[in-house]
Design a protein around this ligand. Structure first.
Ligand code: DGP
Length: 222
């Protein structure tokens, strides 16, 4: 067995770590279902994996966000943007600890949602990115691509503040601007099992790379 394979299986590389995998896309693109399936898949293979999601509505910042999203409170656009960002910052050190201890994190939404949704409201994209700088950079971003029209036909659409066709079209445009080399775009209109298979392959490759010591990096430093 080659050295590479040994280190994959035994974790003998001292920089071995879990992978930070983010799922992104418009509301109702199927991220949440696919995220939990990925965690089950990885656990089934014997990997340590956890499902995370942002906003994390369990913290006190997260509760303010939740109340805003369900239209129970009103906040200035800049203020809510910074709260979403604070919600990611409050989990940053735990995120790093988990990754370094070898746990892979499958994260349902991250900074890309932060920038795409706030930019779609008219805030400057660079202003939106600034508070995200220094958060951990994902090893892989899986973008589930669906047209705003198709997404709007899916169940449960329209319950929360941002679930409106015109707004989601703008969000989709800003996601395009944020696309970088860590992104893989998946057609979210394929049968669910086909999407699942494609995601599994991409994630497994990424998990192996991180297991072999791929260094962690930070978002949007330059
Ligand atoms: P979800 O729990 O994934 O359904 O997300 C709730 C809504 O909040 C959804 O419409 C996307 C939006 N959202 C998620 N993260 C952010 C963020 O960081 N900033 C803004 N403005 N919106 C976000």
């Amino acid at each position: 067995m080659g050295t590479n394979q040994n280190s994959i299986l035994q974790g003998c590389n001292s920089n071995s770590r879990g992978a930070l995998v983010v799922l992104e896309g418009l509301d109702r693109c199927g991220k949440t279902t696919q995220s939990s399936r990925l965690v089950q898949y990885l656990e089934g293979l014997g990997h340590s994996a956890e499902l995370w999601r942002f906003p994390d509505r369990t913290t006190s910042v997260g509760q303010m966000i939740s109340s805003y999203l369900s239209n129970k409170s009103q906040l200035d656009d800049h203020t809510i943007h910074l709260l979403f960002s604070a919600n990611r910052w409050e989990k940053r050190s735990l995120m790093e600890t988990k990754l370094k201890s070898g746990t892979t994190l499958i994260v349902d939404r991250y900074s890309y949602s932060g920038v795409a949704f706030s930019s779609a409201k008219g805030l400057g994209i660079e202003w939106c990115k600034a508070p995200e700088v220094g958060l951990l950079a994902p090893d892989l971003v899986l973008y589930l691509n669906i047209s705003p029209e198709k997404a709007s036909e899916r169940g449960g659409y329209g319950c929360e503040r941002y679930e409106q066709l015109e707004f989601q079209s703008k969000v989709a445009q800003y996601y395009q601007v944020l696309h970088d080399s860590s992104w893989k775009v998946i057609d979210a209109c394929q049968p669910m099992e086909d999407i699942e298979k494609q995601l599994q392959e991409m994630v497994l490759e990424c998990v192996k790379k991180c297991h072999n010591g791929e260094p962690l990096s930070q978002l949007w430093l330059s």
